[in-house]
Design a protein around this ligand. Structure first.
Ligand code: SAM
Length: 294
């Protein structure tokens, strides 16, 4: 594993390492948006503990525990939206696992990698280089827990602390060995909803510029966040949603050099024999996009 500590122009003050932070445990330094990575790890820990899991993440529980969160989502009964989000997180993890391996690119980039441990738990083909980008405190926390457990990646793993709304990240990626002349698989999982439309469009424009023909991009379909139901236990997270490109994500990609395919959450639930809780009334079907660079 390689961790590069770049110059980080434009990082928000809360994300910079500073002497004031040095005595505090890494998890406490996570900003609210970065704590959402712990929420996703909690979903993965939950599924990993089920009798017939769709995936097993052997590190998810360690992240959740070290961050001081309760180990299982929802001590109290979950509302319908929380149930749907839980299954969405489970099916999303399995779907992206399957698709990343099926794509078979030797360059894989996880934008906003959070506490994703695919580098460690998936059987990557020989020669795979996997780049993880996220805000510095998240990667520092993650690497500490992985090191404590002696975790070994199944590919060449390169972690790049960066703010993805800062224009400096592509140069960081290139200097770390990413080759824009070769096809890549990009995963943008659980990020765009935390960006506004301009930030999301800028990020995807940059991804397009770095993508050789045949590159793939995996991303959520996008949701209309103005219709987000208010449910106890979820507001800390949903209050951070800024919408990204919303339900227009596929159209945006199709008019910016990509050809997209949609996989509905309901279809994945049926494939894996999972019962999906009822959708939000009037809501569009949620799911996942896979885009191929033309
Ligand atoms: N993709 C991971 C997963 O599914 O487990 C993490 C998803 S989590 C919901 C959102 C992640 O986005 C957090 O790890 C957070 O730190 C990261 N993030 C949010 N804004 C970011 C930014 N401007 N630059 C880099 N990472 C960012």
């Amino acid at each position: 594993m390689t961790t590069q500590e770049p110059a980080r122009p434009g990082l928000p003050a809360a994300e910079q390492s500073s002497p004031a932070h040095s005595g505090r445990p890494a998890a406490e330094r996570l900003s609210p948006v970065s704590r959402t990575a712990v929420a996703v790890a909690r979903v993965r820990a939950y599924e990993s503990a089920q009798p017939d899991p769709l995936f097993t993440d052997p590190y998810a529980l360690a992240f959740v525990t070290a961050a001081g969160h309760p180990p299982r989502p929802g001590g109290a009964p979950l509302g319908p939206f929380a149930q749907r989000l839980l299954l969405h997180g489970i099916l999303r993890t399995r779907h992206y696992d399957d698709r990343l391996l099926a794509v078979g690119a030797r360059q894989v980039v996880l934008l906003a990698a959070g506490l994703d441990t695919r580098a460690h738990r998936l059987p990557w083909p020989d020669g795979t280089r996997l780049f993880e980008l996220d805000l510095p405190p998240v990667l520092a926390f993650k690497d500490r827990i992985l090191a404590e457990r002696g975790a070994r990646p199944q590919c060449e793993r390169i972690t790049l602390p960066a703010d993805l709304t800062d224009p400096g990240w592509p140069e960081l990626l290139r200097s770390a060995g990413f080759d824009p002349g070769q096809p890549a698989a990009w995963l943008v999982e659980g990020l765009l909803v935390y960006l506004d439309a301009d930030q999301a469009a800028q990020l995807l424009t940059t991804v397009g510029e770095l993508s050789a023909p045949g590159s793939r991009l995996l991303v959520e379909k996008g949701r209309d966040t103005s219709r987000t139901p208010v449910e106890e236990g979820l507001t800390e997270m949903t209050a951070l949603w800024r919408g990204g490109l919303g339900p227009g994500t596929a159209d945006w990609l199709d008019t910016h050099g990509w050809t997209t395919r949609f996989t509905a959450l309901d279809e994945l639930a049926a494939t894996h024999g999972r019962l999906l809780p009822p959708g939000v009334a009037g809501g569009e079907p949620s799911g996942f996009l896979e885009a191929v660079r033309s």
